[in-house]
Design a protein around this ligand. Structure first.
Ligand SMILES: Nc1ncnc2c1ncn2[C@@H]1O[C@H](COP(=O)(O)OP(=O)(O)OP(=O)(O)O)[C@@H](O)[C@H]1O
Ligand SMILES: [Mg+2]
Length: 287
């Protein structure tokens, strides 16, 4: 999250202590919500230049929130993360929380909505209450589950009630932190949902430059005596998670060959395996 031209955002204060989430009796619900002290740092993250600027702007606004509010200005706090799987939505939420020095509360909406029995609405409310009591980043993962439930939940009164109360909670959310919703199906989100967010951040498949940067990060402790950059074109169309898997597999294979450096043959094999895996996935999805 560093901008080449601007002064880098200085180190953050140590993370705030977490107020434990006190959820209602329903034990299964506590599996659906997780409070984490974020420890992923920006050194591990590759972002597009546009997204770097967006996050720097958001962090500056957050730090100057009191000043802005005194001038009657609102502070952006509701973000929607969109983009294909494995491109950094969850990782960015964690790095963002870490940069802000805030705890991260992760709620998986698909799981919450599919277990919509009885106390779910009350528990969702509790999550939002907790997130309003303490400054934090509230991360609503699998947000498209909400849109799906809206589309096909009309016969289910209870489901509709859960969805409506969730939308209301999002509208009213005034936490001293951020609400971040993530989805990889942005087309399933209708205008009514889009307009509830102050900022939409798109996470795309990595560019060639970003692939090279990720390889550099992943191979930092296991140097390659050959040019990994030259192989980047073969990784076109892969997600960050795919590229990371190639690097890790290549490292493992080299270690098992008792090598102290990355072996080019093993890197090539790892690329071939990933391509085969991608091909298989594509064929399975055709049927
Ligand atoms: N932009 C990135 N920079 C560095 N590593 C990344 C990036 N994106 C993904 N990764 C790696 O891939 C893993 C999976 O990424 P992440 O969970 O953030 O994807 P996601 O966009 O949330 O996917 P999904 O839609 O499946 O939830 C991360 O833990 C990280 O190791
Ligand atoms: Mg994710």
């Amino acid at each position: 999250m560093r901008s080449p031209r601007r002064k880098p955002i200085t180190a953050i204060e140590p993370g705030l202590p977490l107020i434990p989430l006190k959820l209602a009796r329903n034990d299964t619900f506590s599996n659906l919500v997780e409070a984490v002290v974020p420890n992923k740092t920006r050194e591990q993250l590759v972002l597009s230049p546009h997204n770097i600027r967006t996050f720097i702007g958001l962090i500056e606004e957050f730090r100057g929130a009191d000043l802005l509010r005194r001038h009657g200005m609102s502070v952006r706090s509701k973000l929607l993360f969109c983009g294909p799987p494995g491109c950094g939505k969850t990782l960015t939420a964690e790095v963002f929380a870490h940069e802000l020095g805030l705890p991260l509360i992760i709620a998986r909406l698909d799981a919450i909505i599919s277990s919509f029995l009885g106390e779910t609405a009350a528990n969702i409310r509790k999550v939002f209450e907790t997130a309003s009591e303490q400054p934090c980043v509230l991360f609503l993962d699998e947000f498209d589950a909400l849109a799906r439930a809206r589309a096909d939940g009309s016969e289910h009164n209870e489901l509709r009630r859960v969805v409506n109360s969730l939308l209301m909670l999002i509208d009213r959310f005034k936490g001293k932190g951020f609400l971040v919703a993530a989805t990889n199906l942005e087309e399933s989100l209708d205008a009514a949902i889009w307009r509830r967010f102050d900022e939409v951040v798109v996470f795309e498949l990595p560019s060639q430059r970003e692939i090279r940067r990720l390889c550099e990060i992943k191979l930092k402790n296991f140097p390659a005596p050959f040019s990994v950059s030259e192989k980047a074109p073969r990784l076109k169309g892969m997600s960050f998670a795919d590229v990371e898997r190639i690097c890790e597999n290549a490292i493992k294979r080299s270690i098992l060959k008792r090598s102290k450096v990355l072996l080019e043959t093993e890197f090539d094999t790892a690329i071939r395996e990933e391509l085969r895996r991608k091909d298989l996935r594509a064929r399975l999805h055709q049927h």
